[in-house]
Write a protein that binds this ligand. Structure first.
Ligand code: PCA
Length: 212
């Protein structure tokens, strides 16, 4: 498969974003997959203009977006993106959005159509902490996952799409020892394991994700 993997630029005072740091270190080929890497802005709507441009100029079988989740100790493939973009319509870097690539009439939420459980298990098999997450939060990471679902529903029906959150890297938490982190090398290995597990077969049938 031809897979587009995105990572975010640093946001809210962070010096780096481990998602892009890790994505840019991915090899060009993972198993059968050809990997294209793209850095995207942590800005509502603008991020989707960048992704749409990429999807219009090249045909991808899958898009895997990756982002930082400070405070998490595991690599967490996300199950679902929710539609809260009504709250974000004027939040485009302080500017009025001109060309919003969304319709608020989209579904209330979209489930990732990647085999998120197989991906989670494959990361764990490398001895790397991973969990299936049932919430991508309410910031740009949820936005990108929801919007990828919307694009899948309206324009790219064959496209697989999903999102993976990664923890901080150690240099980001030096001043606050309480925050968990994983080495960049471990995050890169975890992403490789996740991407390796991507195929169009049905996901494995096991219960994953916290219920309380
Ligand atoms: N993490 C943020 C947005 C960009 C990023 O890397 C989030 O979890 O929404």
């Amino acid at each position: 498969m031809k897979i587009l993997v995105t990572g975010f630029d640093p946001f809210e005072g962070n010096q780096v974003n481990p998602s892009w740091e890790a994505v840019k270190q991915l090899p060009d080929h993972i198993g059968q997959h050809d990997i294209t890497k793209l850095e995207v802005p942590t800005v509502f709507h603008k991020v989707m203009n960048v992704i749409q441009q990429a999807l219009d100029s090249e045909q991808y079988d899958a898009v895997v977006a990756v982002g930082q989740a400070g405070g998490r100790a595991e690599i967490t493939p996300e199950r679902i993106g929710i539609n809260i973009d009504d709250a974000r319509i004027a939040d485009n870097d302080g500017q009025q959005p001109i060309d919003i690539p969304i319709q608020l009439k989209g579904a209330p939420a979209y489930f990732s159509n990647l085999p998120v459980k197989r991906m989670t298990e494959n990361i764990k098999q490398q001895g790397i902490p991973a969990k299936l997450s049932n919430s991508a939060g309410t910031f740009v990471c949820n936005h990108i996952l929801y919007q990828l679902g919307y694009l899948n529903a309206t324009r790219f029906p064959n496209m697989l799409f999903g999102f993976i959150h990664v923890p901080y890297i150690p240099e980001q938490v030096e001043s606050s020892e309480q925050s968990p982190s994983l080495s960049l090398d471990t995050i890169v290995k975890g992403l490789i394991a996740a991407i390796e597990a991507i195929d169009r077969n049905d996901d494995i049938k096991i219960a994953l994700g916290e219920t309380h």
